[in-house]
Write a protein of this length. Structure first.
Lengths: 154, 154, 154, 154, 154
């Protein structure tokens, strides 16, 4: 059976992993979920790799909420670079779901954004595994996760 | 038979992969195309690697349209770094076709640019596989993809 | 028996490794500690890798205090990138504990911060090895190491 | 027989590869040259790796002319990072010869600079292969390729 | 017998490798030195890797003097990233000794700084190989190489 890893952080101010797991379950069946939590986004890459190599996950959703300072941007960049490396070492997709604290105007919008992006990327993860043709059909459609889609100009 | 992978994104506002496939077919024969679409540019590296290693592609064209924000520039940089790594892990060329939203003055020019660059890079991909001598003949010619060539000053 | 590596620097102005070792011992038992010190943060990655591969450490805590200049920020970024690479090469967590000199308003606060962050991350290291469920319970809680937690907005 | 790879780009406004080949031939004998051209600097790393691993080159000279925009600087950085990676994967030197368009005050100086730097680095490549002692003798001499040497202050 | 590699550049304005070798010999015995020189800092990583893998060096000291321009900072960053990668590929320490031209107020101070830092890092290299306990004793002491130590605040 297909196994999906979900890993998030204690640094985040929203239980993003919880929303991802919930949305996966609403979207379809035929998979099991393996959940982990690490301190911060820089701990995500190795946690994702362990989910793939030690727990047999076929895909991982990695969620985090980088802060608003310059140093947080650097941490997010390091984490993203690591997550890409893991994908290349394992030939497995990792769907990165990062919400930067300064993307939202206040705590309420931030909580809304984190939940919405986590849910929409959970569907992307599901599509990568079970419905790749649905993604091809949406090529160039200007889709966004969280805020509104910008749409196609083709 | 030679196999060319084409992978683009749902984030892009133009079906760049479609234009690349069309141009490949106008340019020559002797190859098959394998098409994939992923959510965003950071998903391109592993998708390209899977096209090479799991689908046997000899070359991949990876297309995306990074946004105009600072965070989009960082994502594009991470994606490009990953695409170079894939090339080094597989000894296969990946022709990266990125069009940044802020390269064009409006949506109409952006759509034009995305199509033109996708088409011209599809020809580069074809040349890398079938006509390497044509590239050597153009060494130092100041060629550009999309906007006008700047030409040689030699 | 579980082995935890602790590596810090002579560049740091606080004996951060000493505090990490002390806190580990207050937190639990069932592990041995292997201690190393290197000149600066850029020496940490290979030292951590040697602790894992040559000394058999199951996890490493890597501590450093980057300076306040632009060049120090670059060094910290290079070190962090290296520490993530080591984790991916070994499938072992490395808990990075960096305190930037300009995070604190004076030497007194800096000393306090370096000790507090080293201690709190030592507990994170312990949890990753012995109490992973405790981390999952804290997913999205807005935890910080050093300064006060910012809390959940979920 | 020693084999030297030379790879440049169609993006460059000067046939830098041609100058490198010419200078190699003026400098010595005992080697063969293998020439390639790719679209842009980001295509250089894999081309260099293929020259080493598929064509048996002992050293590669990789030449390019990044543009004056911020995005061009990022591309050059990505290419350089890739060229270093190739060296570490193959234990072969790659002599990178990049001339940034904004290094020169006009097209005439740019053409002069590109030729001069290509020629002087071709000699460095020759020395790395055939005269390493000549480099040691010049340690700390403040040598530059293209513009004038700045000299030693020792 | 222990073998220490020393590699520097013709770009540097000071014979930093010479000072490192001299200081190593003043500090102790029981090792041999293998010396190399390359054009610039970006050539250091592969040279260091070759010293380790082809010449059997147990540790390498890599010395360079990046210039004062933005492009020089980028080159130094690329070189440093490569030097860390080599360490992770070989499990050997590389002591990086970079002196940026703009760290000193004039040529005289720059020459002084380059010699002093080269000498002090040569001792660090010696300690990593022969006296690791001496480094642990200095953990958190705020040591610097070149300019004055800043000291401990613990």
């Amino acid at each position: 059976m297909i196994k999906i890893g979900v890993v998030d952080t204690t640094f985040s101010r929203v239980d993003m992993g919880g929303f991802a797991v919930d949305e996966l379950k609403r979207t379809g069946t035929g998979f099991k979920v393996e959940r982990r939590t690490v301190p911060g986004v820089k701990d995500l890459p190795v946690a994702a790799k362990k989910l793939i190599e030690e727990q047999g996950c076929d895909l991982v959703i990695a969620l985090g909420m980088p802060g608003r300072e310059e140093i947080d941007k650097v941490c997010a960049h390091e984490a993203s670079t690591g997550l890409i490396q893991v994908q290349l070492m394992t030939n497995r997709h990792i769907v990165e779901v990062f919400v930067h604290e300064d993307e939202a105007k206040d705590a309420k919008e931030l909580a809304w954004l984190a939940e919405k992006r986590a849910r929409e990327h959970a569907i992307n993860a599901y599509d990568l595994l079970f419905r790749p043709g649905r993604l091809v059909k949406n090529a160039g459609k200007g889709l966004r996760q969280g805020f509104e889609d910008v749409g196609s100009i083709g």
